[in-house]
Write a protein that binds this ligand. Structure first.
Ligand code: CO
Length: 208
């Protein structure tokens, strides 16, 4: 990749934005008020804003390998705290994607060094849903289903945080589980039933 092109593209982008709105960058400079926190995979094909048709200022974005919401990861936990408590976003989205290399790696037994503890969190999702997953005989279908179940479990991990619980109670914050289908471009809402999940787990995870 010729990085000179990146800077040329940047100058073109500035011109395009200013042609549509001469105040575009003045307005951006005043601050942000995004309504949505998007937690997605670092995969280069999952271009968060582009696939949602959103522009600068509209989404607070966190990406890591396999869109994980891990309680001991200060990075994702800080992003959630800042977006939910300080920016007061109305929606938190965990967005997985089919053909996720992180999920694939967790389905295999290769020793991947420092990636092992990260991928172990996905193996834990597999263990939680082992019976359902092992009943799927087609490997591709099983892979797709693990991508979806991983999104669901990361949504559950979101609900374990005090920030999300409080915002859910106080101002009806919405949590969503989505999958981006790389093969078609479709964004799929998994329509996870949080009321049922919450009633099943809040006995254990409830924080005052
Ligand atoms: Co991925």
């Amino acid at each position: 990749m010729d990085l000179v092109r990146v800077f040329e593209n940047n100058q073109k982008w500035i011109k395009e934005k200013l042609a549509l709105n001469p105040n575009f960058f003045n307005e951006l400079g005043k601050g942000q008020n995004p309504e949505l926190l998007f937690i997605g995979c670092s995969d280069s094909r999952v271009s968060a804003e582009e696939l949602m048709g959103l522009g600068p200022g509209e989404a607070f974005v966190h990406r890591n390998i396999a869109n994980m919401v891990t309680g001991t990861d200060l990075n994702v936990m800080s992003v959630i705290e800042y977006a939910v408590v300080h920016l007061k976003v109305n929606h938190v989205v965990v967005c997985g994607h089919y053909s996720c290399g992180g999920v694939k790696a967790a389905m295999q037994s290769a020793d991947l060094g420092i990636l092992n503890p990260w991928l172990r969190n996905i193996r834990d999702v597999y263990r939680l849903h082992k019976n359902k997953l092992n009943a799927i005989t087609n490997e591709d279908d099983k892979y797709d289903r693990l991508v979806e179940l991983n999104v669901q479990e990361q949504c559950v991990n979101l609900i374990k945080t005090a920030a999300v619980q409080k915002a859910y109670r106080d101002r009806a914050l919405k949590v969503h589980g989505w999958v981006f289908d790389i093969h078609t471009g479709n964004l799929i809402d998994l329509k996870i039933d949080f009321d049922t999940i919450l009633s099943n787990i809040m006995e254990i995870y409830h924080l005052d």
